[in-house]
Design a protein around this ligand. Structure first.
Ligand code: KIV
Ligand code: NA
Length: 265
């Protein structure tokens, strides 16, 4: 396997090769995603929703993120593994931010971290980068700020917020971030951002004019059911398929069909 690196991602942008990114939170899923040649695996704080059943990403802890990340790392041979620093582990001050990033890198073996925000977290991003830890930015609909937004609708539709987003993206590039996620913003704005900077822009609900795409793998596979934004393309209905398989198992146990002669010692 030729490993994906932060350098190769920037080369992919230069060569016009689109970048594929998906989440994973555990060993088994990460192995499937990595073997399918996904370029970047994100250990997202969406684990708070998908794995733990919380309503938002806010409750997940740094220890829990490290547990998920170390499980993913043990499965991955090729992809670049990026880990979200969770809410409350980097906003207070740059030293705390660096401490959290170092814990993720040391205790999980991850390759990079992701943080939400622009100018507000400038000093923290600088500090983490100074320690040699690659940082991915995240702008637009940043779920750790959901209580500030009050809604999960599209961000940066108004000129003022769009301008700030463009300035923030340029700042993150200047600081030395290796890529930026843009979540749920108008496609025209996302395209403009991607054309204005030299680091890859990975979109989710940000249209087709960016350098790569990211989805939550459980959404793509149809394991989650209630989440149905316009940007989500479901490739399977695994909720139904898994449910059918499990119901059949229950039927087979009840009817004494399972186990049969060959399935016992
Ligand atoms: O936590 C997550 O899954 C994310 C992606 C949606 C970008 O941050
Ligand atoms: Na996230």
């Amino acid at each position: 396997y030729k490993r994906v690196t932060v350098k190769s991602l920037i080369e992919m942008k230069r060569n016009g090769e689109r970048i594929s990114m998906l989440t994973a939170y555990d060993f088994s899923m990460a192995k499937i995603v990595d073997d399918a040649n996904v370029d970047v695996i994100l250990v997202g704080d969406s684990a708070s929703n998908v794995m733990a059943g919380h309503e938002t990403t806010l409750p997940i802890t740094l220890d829990q993120m490290i547990y998920h990340a170390s499980s993913v790392i043990r499965a991955v041979k090729r992809a670049l593994v990026v880990v979200d620093i969770p809410f409350g582990s980097y906003q207070s001050d740059p030293k705390e931010a660096l401490r959290s990033a170092i814990r993720i890198m040391k205790e999980s073996g991850a390759h990079a971290v992701k943080v939400e925000g622009g100018i507000e977290i400038k000093e923290s991003v600088k500090r983490i980068l100074n320690a040699g830890i690659p940082v991915m930015g995240h702008l637009g609909l940043t779920p750790q700020s959901i209580y500030k937004f009050g809604t999960y609708t599209v961000r940066a539709k108004e000129e003022e917020e769009a301008q700030k987003l463009l300035v923030d993206a340029k700042l993150l590039e200047k600081l030395g971030c290796f890529a930026i996620v843009l979540e749920k913003i108008p496609a025209d704005l996302a395209k403009k951002v991607a054309e204005s900077i030299n680091i890859p822009v990975i979109g989710i609900g940000a249209g087709n004019g960016v350098d790569g795409q990211v989805l939550v793998v459980h959404d793509l596979l149809g394991i989650t059911q209630e989440f149905n934004p316009r940007f989500l393309r479901r490739y399977m209905n695994l909720y139904e398929e898994m449910g059918n398989a499990i119901s059949q198992y229950v039927t087979d146990v009840k009817s004494r069909d399972f186990p049969n002669e060959e399935e016992q010692y």
